[in-house]
Design a protein around this ligand. Sequence first.
Ligand code: GLC
Length: 589
Amino acid sequence: MLLSLTKLEPCLVCIGLVLALGDSVEGAIHRRKDTKGSQWWENTIVYQIYPRSFKDSNNDGTGDLKGIESELDYFVDLGIETIWLSPIFKSPMKDFGYDISDFNDIDPIFGTMKDFKDLLQGVHERGMKLILDLVPNHSSDEHEWFKKSLRKEEPYTDYYTWRDPSGFDENGEPIPPNNWVSVFRFSMWQWEEKRQQFYLHQFVPGQPDLNYRNPAVQKEMENVIRFWLELGVDGFRQDAVAHIWEDDQFLDEPLSGKPNTNADDYAHYQHIYTTNLPETRDVLKNFFNVFKEVGEADGYPRVTMLEVWGDPAEQLKYYNCSNFPFNFGFLLLENLSDPTKILATIDNVLNSIPKELTKNWILGNHDRWRVSNRGLNDPLIDAFNILTLGLPGVTVTYYGEELGMTNNMNISFENTVDPSGCNCGSDLYLTEFCSRDPERTPMQWNNQVNAGFNNGAKPWLPINSNADELNVESQRYDSPSSHWNNYRIMANLKRSHPAFASGEAQTQLDGNVLAVARTSEVDPDSVFVILINFVNTDEEVDILGDFHSSKSEATVVLGTLGKNGHDIGDVLQLSSFVLRPFETVVLQY
Ligand code: GLC
């Protein structure tokens, strides 16, 4: 069955900124030049905003740019350096903005181009950076290119991948060209009466795949990149890039043999003809050149980071066509409570990615369950925020993770809007990898109406019922050792010590206690060690003589339990101290 999701409906119905490029130009945005020898992104703290869910300034139920602008000081206080916005471009919202009908304009639901320029200016004035989300693999089926391609209007005829049916069934229905199945289930092929052909879509049918065999398509996307970078944007996260190229033999994909899957499931197949083909990286290299060109022309280097799912060996292939591919190691772990798996995940990256390449650490995003719903006891949420901030390279934090926000699992199938959840059906929609609504619910600002997300209009997804207790206001002001405050302290440590900026990392697991040490040639007298107790019992620690240090005592610079454990300023004997259940401490010595 080919399932078409044509409307955003619940399941059952289913700068003056052009001038902003130099300090000397009047009205220019203030941006810091990088210090010699390093680039601003190499150690930056990136905060991912899902714009529909962050802050709704006009009380229409959906978050917007003005809402984000009104909270810019929040990021400064928390220690964030770079903000990444999930797509804000014109879109019919069949995949909530990842289906774009105009790559060069803002969707009215989020605001106007002026709102965007104001936001960019506000970000830069605070010394921060702003990154957008580029979706090069596909457009919306409402994009002009697609409409013209459907009508075979030149030069758009081959902007997308069109194929004839492989035959017709006994009812005269066209049969898709092969067995390819889309990421969100069901055939990757959608029939178009008008053209009497199928078009390819690796995600929902409203996201036809662009055909990068056509050089004109490549140029179009390069122009999109240039447009935003020249407006002053600091870079892009590039979406779903592994899907950019498909094999042109269009052979059936082999079965994966994975249990509990059926012919409609993406996991049922090995995607050897539709993902991670080498030509993808040629396309990305051309994009990367645009980033470099624009950065060299105006003296403000831009960043590009890639959404690629794979182990470090796979990630390595993408370093020559981007600044860095995302490292989803922690997201790929079903359960985060096993320290041996955490150690292996960290070591795999540290040992596989050479020192000179930028590493990165991600805990959550808009496609995966929140960290609190992946097997963690509450105090360990801090451990993971601290790890992602404390390991070498870039930290990427999904909105709300600084509070330990949890999935909202109280969303009925009738109220589910995510196409992936809808396609999974009413029995399975709330299982991991199906509906992504639970991790996308509105940011919890305070215990007022709609958790401070807006002034009372029904939010596009329901507010989590724990918002009265779990919110920014309560954590920021009422509790010195809250998740929020622990995050802020660690972000500050990362920003202010060379050991975190440029140093090496060493790991060690002793029983249930994981240690990560950071040292620096620039400041050899300062060693930082993160120690995490993964279990619900007191654990004795002896790290005397470890991490090439001859010191015998250390000062606590962060203790996640505050007064109930080791508090900031406590001095510990390295030969013997006890970590409280699920406690994390950061020591300096
Ligand atoms: C990426 C995005 C996801 C989106 C998909 C299609 O994986 O992160 O949210 O649905 O691409 O654009």
